[in-house]
Design a protein around this ligand. Structure first.
Ligand SMILES: NC(=O)C1=CN([C@@H]2O[C@H](COP(=O)(O)OP(=O)(O)OC[C@H]3O[C@@H](n4cnc5c(N)ncnc54)[C@H](OP(=O)(O)O)[C@@H]3O)[C@@H](O)[C@H]2O)C=CC1
Ligand SMILES: O=C(O)[C@@H]1CCC=N1
Length: 276
């Protein structure tokens, strides 16, 4: 679709809005003047301008919403209600996209008095064009609204449509996921330092290894199991490490922290976490 005339407002210009706007400008699919952003915090406003190249940033949420076609709600879940109540009167004819963790479509229906809302769970690697996101459509969304949503999130990564009941799982896997991977990279690099490597060499080797392995999965070079097998020589170094990982319950540990994130997403949406 032709997005050249689309006007988009971010309410909240923090880390995630910066990643989306910055990634879209870098992709060349949008120009900085198609975006407006608002933020209460001066530090966030300055960071947003510096990283996204978008300079149209103000403090008035109503003004910023009035003249845009799409409003992206990018404040923390705890700030969503206040912001929606403030801008609802100028949003009757707007497509609303929320990226807030946990907050349900039903909540937005009540706050806006219409159902032209899309819930998206993005992630910060959008800043470098390799995001992963999923979305669920509100009941009054048109097919063109889906096209608009795809035109915003697909230039900066992959996007999947999911049923809303799966949004907590998406949040726990790909929304929070970059943090798990950063922790893994840091630990792998630190372990390399412990084995005698220079810190910058070890960090580069660790990051490049994660990047390469992820690319192999993403480009369908094999299943993770097949690709693991290809690295593992009989009774070799990888085999020794994999035995140790199994003993340390590596997989079970991942299940547990992903469950903790999903449960927190459920709580943020006003629900009761699932029992383990
Ligand atoms: N960070 C991530 O990786 C991801 C975040 N999300 C979701 O995105 C949303 C934003 O997260 P994130 O970018 O990390 O958060 P940030 O805190 O970085 O950004 C939110 C910004 O909104 C500002 N703000 C608060 N109240 C208002 C208001 N009334 N009007 C305008 N601006 C306001 C905040 O200012 P102040 O700090 O002064 O309150 C802050 O600068 C959250 O709902 C989160 O669940 C989803 C996927 C990934
Ligand atoms: O930590 C959070 O709550 C947000 C949602 C997903 C990633 N960051």
């Amino acid at each position: 679709m032709d997005t050249s005339k689309l006007k988009i407002t971010f309410i909240g210009a923090g880390k995630m809005a910066t990643a989306i706007a910055g990634g879209l400008v870098k992709s060349g699919k949008y120009t900085p003047n198609q975006f407006t952003a608002t933020d209460k915090s001066e530090a966030s406003r300055e960071h947003f301008i510096e990283k996204s190249q978008v300079t149209n940033i103000i403090q008035d949420n109503i003004q910023a919403s009035k003249f845009s076609d799409v409003i992206i709600l990018a404040v923390k879940p705890q700030q969503i209600e206040e912001v929606c109540k403030e801008i609802a009167e100028v949003c009757h004819d707007k497509l609303i996209i929320s990226i807030a963790a946990g907050t349900k479509l039903e909540t937005f229906y009540k706050l806006f008095g219409h159902k032209r809302i899309i819930r998206v769970m993005p992630n910060t690697p959008m800043m470098v064009g390799i995001g992963a996101s999923a979305f669920s459509m509100g009941e009054q969304c048109k097919e063109t609204d889906k096209d608009i949503c795809l035109s915003i999130f697909s230039p900066v990564g992959k996007i999947h449509q999911v049923e809303e009941r799966h949004m907590d799982a998406v949040t726990a896997v790909s929304g929070s996921g970059p943090a798990y991977v950063f922790q893994f990279i840091k630990a792998l690099a630190d372990a390399g330092v412990q084995q005698g490597l220079q810190p910058e060499v070890s960090l580069d080797l660790a990051a490049q290894t994660v990047l390469g392995a992820a690319m192999m999965v993403s480009l369908n070079q094999g299943t993770p199991e097949e690709l693991t097998k290809a690295v593992t020589s009989p009774n070799g170094t990888t085999y020794a490490a994999l035995c140790c990982m199994e003993q340390l319950q590596f997989k079970e540990t991942i299940y547990k922290f992903v469950e903790a994130a999903a449960n927190r997403s459920i709580e943020l949406g006003g629900g009761k976490p699932k029992q383990a």
